[in-house]
Design a binder for this molecule. Structure first.
Ligand code: NAP
Length: 247
């Protein structure tokens, strides 16, 4: 059974990816930050269906937590095959003039430094350079990397743009060491994240501007992530799948 670690898997896209991964036969490490009961519910759903999963609390903005997350995942589920860098945050919609340094710092740490540190820990374990068997990293970026999210959260968008650049660079750095690195760029998926921006109904407000005229569902993103994790995408690295209804 291959082990997959999914950050921020208590809710939304991460939870959907954890459930689909278990259905496809992976042992799943369900990382969460604050929402223990939601993470445990994901694990119970998986184990109740005969799958293998554990929940591990770790804040991806804290390096010590990340180190513990990887050690604990491998101790309980065996060596790591795939990392999905899914955890991410945004905050109240506002223009640049109102963004504090403290907020920018929180966004950059969660959406960029955290995923880079997680990828670093994954590479140390997966790379053939260090005797590892290879592996897969999938970063969950956003269409915001391309749109820039003006008037809403350009700080968030900037971190996703940087995550895209990181995806390209790392994919080339480790391509000859058995590791593939790709990303998905969702947009307007029905999850709790929009409420954090102060507009729980954001997807429905904007959906008519999407070419497909509807919002997306977490499972639709999970399918793309797990294709990139699977052997079916064995010659794909440094690539992006936009899961955005054509927008
Ligand atoms: P969500 O419903 O708000 O869930 C966020 C998840 O991330 C939760 O499991 C949360 O854990 C976890 N998390 C947040 N901060 C964390 C931290 N410091 N350490 C560890 N885990 C942390 O979000 P979502 O919409 O599913 O988003 C998932 C990813 O997709 C994000 O990277 C987001 O930027 C990206 N995305 C989403 C959309 C969309 O429309 N929904 C569009 C584009 C991109 P707790 O529950 O324990 O707090």
């Amino acid at each position: 059974m291959k082990t997959i670690l999914i950050t921020g898997a208590s809710r939304g896209i991460g939870a959907a990816t954890a459930l689909l991964a278990a259905y496809q036969g992976y042992a799943v490490s369900v990382n969460y930050n604050r929402n223990r009961s939601a993470a445990e519910a994901v694990v119970e759903q998986i184990t109740g269906n005969g799958g293998r999963a554990i929940a591990i609390q770790a804040d991806v903005t804290q390096e010590a937590d990340i180190l513990r997350l990887f050690i604990e995942t491998e101790r309980q589920l065996g060596s790591l095959y795939a990392l999905v860098n899914n955890a991410g945050i945004l905050e109240q919609q506002m223009r640049l003039e109102h963004l504090t340094v403290e907020r920018m710092d929180r966004i950059v740490k969660a959406n960029l430094i955290g995923p880079m540190c997680c990828a670093r820990e994954a590479v140390k374990r997966m790379s053939t350079k260090y005797g590892g068997p290879g592996g897969v990293i999938v970063n969950v970026s956003s269409i915001a990397a391309k749109s820039g999210s003006p008037n809403e959260y350009i700080d968030y968008a900037a971190t996703k743009g940087a995550l895209d650049t990181f995806t390209v660079g790392l994919s080339k750095e480790v391509a000859a060491e058995g590791i593939r690195v790709n990303a998905v760029r969702p947009a307007l998926i029905y999850t709790d994240i929009h409420a954090d921006g102060g507009e729980a109904g954001r997807v429905d407000r904007i959906k008519d501007r999407i070419p497909m005229k509807r919002g997306g569902y977490p499972t639709e993103v999970a399918e793309a992530i797990l294709w990139l994790v699977s052997e079916k995408s064995s010659y794909t690295t440094g690539s992006f799948i936009d899961v955005s209804g054509g927008g």
